[in-house]
Design a protein around this ligand. Structure first.
Ligand SMILES: NC(=O)c1ccc[n+]([C@@H]2O[C@H](COP(=O)([O-])OP(=O)(O)OC[C@H]3O[C@@H](n4cnc5c(N)ncnc54)[C@H](O)[C@@H]3O)[C@@H](O)[C@H]2O)c1
Length: 268
């Protein structure tokens, strides 16, 4: 039976992807820094009917020792690690670069960028050794070079995640494409992330214009998770990219909105 590990999967997009993997009879590894959410997630996953099992680990993706120990334990229990998704991520306070505390800047880069690098570095030799596997990194605002006031550090990290993923895919190609590398581009998801900075930190006040855009372009994480899990399960290519919010889908949403067809995520 195949095993998938998704970092930052106690809630939101990561959790939603695990549910779909479990329904496809994968063993799933839920791992997160938030122990309370982790416990809840494990219990909820265990209620899903599946041939796959649920393993859970409290880990911080910025801590290489914790990640290595988790990998060691998963393998010791007789599993392979077939798919690894670097999903753990935090949003930033909506402030200009010079208004941000340096501790916040460092922590965000540590989680959103270095976490992805550390986890990839730890899992790559294992997958090369077992002669199969896939690593997917979750992109975000800034990955396509876009800039916006109040999202500069997050955008810097995600732009670098994109570069890193392409570089890793190239290095994997050099070793015969044994490990498939890919980018997951989810668009806008209505999760804790959009309203809170730094994981469980300060509330982010969204203005009406932003809420309008989210009501038109945003989706529940499970909608995008189902799409992405299928893509990952059937992917055979190295340097893959899976995009939910394509230009066509976004244009169609704006046209529908002209006829009043949009969501209302914020007034409930
Ligand atoms: N929500 C969106 O609109 C959106 C859009 C594009 C990309 N993304 C990306 O999707 C990913 C998932 O975000 P989400 O919307 O599900 O957010 P979320 O806040 O619901 O989930 C993120 C999870 O990561 C965990 N986490 C944070 N720091 C961690 C650490 N150091 N180690 C381990 N776990 C940690 C959190 O505890 C949380 O459970 C992130 O990488 C985010 O940047 C989100």
């Amino acid at each position: 039976m195949k095993t998938v590990v998704i970092t930052g999967s106690a809630r939101g997009f990561g959790y939603a992807m695990l549910e779909f993997f479990l329904k496809k009879d994968y063993n799933v590894v839920v791992c997160d820094i938030n122990k309370e959410e982790l416990e809840k997630a494990k219990k909820n996953l265990e209620k899903i009917e599946s041939k796959g099992k649920v393993l859970s680990y409290a880990v911080d993706v910025t801590n290489e020792e914790q990640i290595s120990k988790m990998i060691e334990d998963i393998l010791k229990k007789g599993n392979t690690i077939d798919i690894w998704v670097n999903n753990a991520g935090v949003n930033q306070p909506m402030k200009a670069i010079w208004e941000l505390d340096s501790k916040v800047i460092n922590r965000l880069i540590d989680i959103d960028l270095k976490g992805t690098i550390i986890c990839s570095k730890c899992i790559m030799p294992i997958m090369l050794n077992q002669k199969s596997g896939a690593i997917y990194n979750v992109e975000g605002y800034g990955s396509n070079n876009a800039t916006m006031l109040g999202l500069s550090i997050y955008g810097t990290a995600k732009r670098a995640v994109t570069y890193f993923t392409e570089a890793l895919a190239k290095e994997s190609k050099e070793t015969g494409n044994i490990v498939k590398i890919g980018k997951i581009t989810p668009g806008i998801m209505i999760t804790n992330f959009i309203g809170t900075s730094m994981g469980d930190g300060e509330k982010i006040e969204l203005d009406q214009k932003t809420k309008n855009v989210y009501n038109i372009l945003g989706d529940k994480p499970e909608t995008i998770a189902e799409f992405m899990v299928d893509k990952m399960i059937y992917n055979t290519k190295n340097n893959a990219k899976f995009t939910w919010l394509t230009t066509t889908r976004a244009s169609f949403r704006f046209i529908k909105a002209l006829f009043g067809k949009k969501n209302n995520y914020f007034d409930k």
